[in-house]
Design a protein around this ligand. Structure first.
Ligand code: UDP
Length: 369
């Protein structure tokens, strides 16, 4: 029986892969094994719980204060051992993390074909996002199958001379995850009831949902973001909902600069149902996250992206997202402009995603054949 090994290690990978794993698991005659590296332990576990996923292999590799080089070395050795034991027919990796990059490399060293979900995202700048731009470029020449979320991503792969018949435009699986989770929350609001108190506290205010965690923004950028949030929250008509990423480079700056403010709810990272509800509650989303940039437009929310470049140009081109960098005055003025001229982004278009079954069907045909 053909065996697929799905490898992931972080929250966004888990969110974007759980719909794929569910679809693969429904294919008769296919053995699906999951391996988590737990590159980010706590945030990953939140997603595993909500998606009812129990990994077959858990490398539990996260170390406090891990550096990229130490993490990469540990991942490669750990995943190489997994290849020896599992002997998969196909390895699936997602996106651009150290786990995706080393998962592809370990598979290559063991001559196992690799399928890359969310292939072809490129910013064109190897330091934005860092180190993700290089991680995903390393996966490209290794992968035998490239599942590009958009035509733009497929085009980027063609420019890198990736063979046309290995590229498949599938849509973005985060949209499948989002819709699946939103439907579950709609059917059972208790899944996201932890936000009830904040919803009543902020009733009548315009809510700005903030997330930030990018390495490029650590230091001066993070301090500027904290000051900007403080200034925005001075307005009486505004409330900031801010699930703070646990990275100490984020937490310490927010503690030092933002402190406690009436109009700011600084809270622990939300599990996915709560985060989907938070997106629904938001009037504006302010983020440096990749995934949130994709989800917000799908729910019709304007998103201001605190980055210099993006590998997701579709939202910017469609007018649902705006790149604003991390300059304090720019963040404040762009938020105020959106708040004060409600119609600036009228009728946000809704992103769509082809049915996931297209990907799953393709996999099953390939493996059966
Ligand atoms: N997310 C979440 N809880 C939070 C913040 C974000 O579940 O408190 C989800 C969000 O919906 C998105 C993913 O985490 O799907 C994005 O992860 P992150 O921003 O860490 O990584 P990136 O997408 O930038 O790689």
């Amino acid at each position: 029986m053909p065996k697929v090994l799905v490898i992931f290690g972080t929250r966004p990978e888990a969110i974007k892969l759980f719909p794929v794993i569910r679809a693969l698991a429904a294919i008769p005659g296919l053995t699906v094994r999951t391996c988590v590296t737990a590159q980010h332990r706590g945030l990953l576990d939140q997603v595993l719980a909500i998606a009812d996923l129990v990994p077959d292999i858990d490398l539990d590799l996260m170390e406090p204060g891990q550096t990229l080089d130490r993490l990469t070395a540990r991942l490669l050795v750990g995943l190489g051992d997994v290849m020896d034991v599992e002997k998969p027919d196909l390895v699936i990796v997602q996106g651009d993390t150290a786990t995706a990059m080393t998962g592809a490399l370990a598979a290559y060293y063991h001559k196992v074909p690799v399928a890359h979900v969310e292939a072809g995202l490129r910013s064109g700048d190897i330091y934005h996002p860092w180190p993700e731009e290089v991680n995903r470029r390393i996966v490209a020449p290794i992968a035998a199958l490239h599942f590009a979320p958009t035509d733009t991503a497929a085009e980027a792969l063609r420019r890198e001379t990736i063979a046309e018949d290995t590229i498949h435009v599938t849509g973005n699986t985060v949209i499948d995850a989002l819709h699946w989770t939103a439907a579950r929350v709609a059917a059972d609001p208790s899944l996201a009831a932890g936000l009830d108190a904040i919803a009543s506290r902020f009733a009548g205010k315009r809510i700005i949902l903030v997330t930030t965690h990018r390495r490029e923004n650590f230091g001066d950028g993070m301090a500027a973001i904290a000051r900007a949030i403080g200034r925005i929250a001075e307005r009486d008509d505004v409330a900031v909902l801010f699930p703070v990423h646990p990275n100490p480079n984020v937490v310490s700056v927010m503690n030092a600069i933002l402190g406690d403010r009436a109009n700011v709810a600084r809270i622990e990272p939300l599990d996915y149902p709560h985060f989907v509800r938070a997106l629904g509650m938001a009037d504006i989303v302010l983020t440096d996250s990749g995934g949130v940039q994709e989800e917000a437009p799908a729910l019709g929310k304007p998103v201001l992206v605190m980055r210099e470049t993006t590998e997701r140009p579709e939202g910017v081109a469609a007018g649902t997202a705006k790149l604003i960098g991390t300059d304090e005055d720019r963040i404040v003025s762009d938020i105020f402009t959106l708040l004060d001229t409600r119609g600036i982004w009228p009728d946000q278009p809704r992103a769509s995603s082809p049915p996931l079954s297209a990907t799953a069907r393709f996999e099953s045909q390939r493996l059966a054949g």
